[in-house]
Design a protein around this ligand. Sequence first.
Ligand code: T3D
Length: 267
Amino acid sequence: MTHDSVTQDSVILSQTRAGVCTLTLNRPDKLNAANDELLLSLTAELKKAEVDPAVRVVILTGAGRGFCAGQDLSDVSGRDMTFTEHLNATYNPLIRTIRTLEKPVISAVNGVAAGAGASLALAGDIRLWAQSARLIEIFSNIALVPDSGSTWFLPRLVGYSRAFELMALAERVDSTDALKMGLCEHVFPDETFADEVQAYAERLAARPANALKLTKQALNDALTGTLDEALDQEAALQQLAGDHWEHQEGVTAFKEKRAPNFVRAED
Ligand code: T3D
């Protein structure tokens, strides 16, 4: 079933189809540069998707030829907040919402991702890129520090020195290099990108939602903890997974030599 929950002139478009909610940044004339309305609306839409039983996977993407060109630079003069206050009020809650959302989030990078837009591209659990997409840690071009999680995501993916170089020189990473460097999991042709992303998301949507929620939690915790902490956390979360009906269904399906059905009304 398809439902559109936001009108076409909104800064965020939302459409849900086959368990997949696509949230589209919709300021194409500015390559979806982020103003406060966009950042707060996106966070609100993510929270709505989290509690909507019709949604099992979320896609973040951009309208037009850009994914997100970072902070809208025409929107900053005369701002009555410090940088720190602004980040804490807008970008940081958004990035935290993505990383803690109890459903998989796919960054579907359809075009250029720059500055905080690059951080958004990196923040998804899965990153799918169109062939013409590119990522630029562009902050140093305007003598700013990478923010919105880039300093956390990028060195974990490419190592400290490569991250520093990309940030210091604001080098463009194209989709071929992004795939090699592990900045994305898959690259699809521009012409079929939206369909490929939807098909990929539907594959994820058919997987056991509770187990994926707990897996996301375990991985995020493991990234910041010790091996001992990860072992304890796995043991605790395994109990929650093992007690869930999905586990019963998986085991029964295996024994009956059939595909498991992980999509049920009681989710
Ligand atoms: O709290 C805080 O404020 C701190 C947070 C900071 C977070 C950040 O994200 S800092 C980084 C901000 N972003 C940038 O510096 C990127 C600026 N944009 C660019 O350098 C280029 O546009 C791109 C490299 C991203 C793409 O280049 P290109 O040649 O493909 O496109 P273009 O022609 O430059 O841009 C198309 C239009 O979008 C153009 O408008 P026009 O001339 O057609 O009317 C351009 O001005 C507009 N646009 C692109 N990026 C932004 C933007 N308008 C406002 N803000 C932007 N960030």
